[in-house]
Design a protein around this ligand. Sequence first.
Ligand SMILES: [Fe+2]
Ligand SMILES: [Fe+2]
Length: 262
Amino acid sequence: MRELFELEQLGGVVGERAAAMRPEVAAMPWGSLEAGAHTPEAVEAARRAWSSAAFQEFRTGAACAATLQALFEARAPLDLIAVASRFPLDEVVHVELCARLAAELGGGAPIAYDPEAMVERFVDREPLARAAHLVVANFCVGEALSIPLLHATWKAATHPLVKAVLRRVVVDEADHGTFGWTFLDWALPHLDAAERRALGETAGRYVASVRETWSDLRRRPQAPRDEAYALGWLGTEEYLELAGRSLASQVVAPLEARGLWL
Ligand SMILES: [Fe+2]
Ligand SMILES: [Fe+2]
């Protein structure tokens, strides 16, 4: 089932309540991104990139919600559940930020997706194992890897609105990245050797799919570096170099330290 990734907001009292949960969003310098100051190619590339970032944040929100449900089913420690319960809201805010940047550059680029295939659910497993697989796939690989990349992109960004958006995302993601390892250190003693091996396989599979996205990236046309910086991206070579190093230090090394890198 394919659907177009389109977003709407209800507005009114609900809109006000949602905005009050994260007042820093309204305080950002919206309306300041002048598309005319950049080449049409760079604007088009950035519009597509921010649209796809909005979708990735949306999918991560669904993954955070699925993980949260599994944490309840596994009766994980309450404080761990409490920390994780903030994550879906963080991701919803990131969706809005990315979508609004795309809108400032001329509107969202069309993305088709299958709503029921956004998150791998690991349904045939016990709740604790299910939670562990969700955490390994989405936090220990996905989120842990994205933090250094987002941080570098934030540092490189030159436009105040883009910088403000990336800063918000970086601040929120810091907690998402450490959560995965905290969860594993609590959960692993409760899981047997076969389940740990299966977790290592899940980690390997998700790392392989990250590497695939890097191959796609190498094939894409590149925007000049200063325009990439202004519109919120690193140069491709720079990105891939940092991504490779971050995968080794932020994902593989901590997985290895817990016996989960096969
Ligand atoms: Fe996010
Ligand atoms: Fe996140």
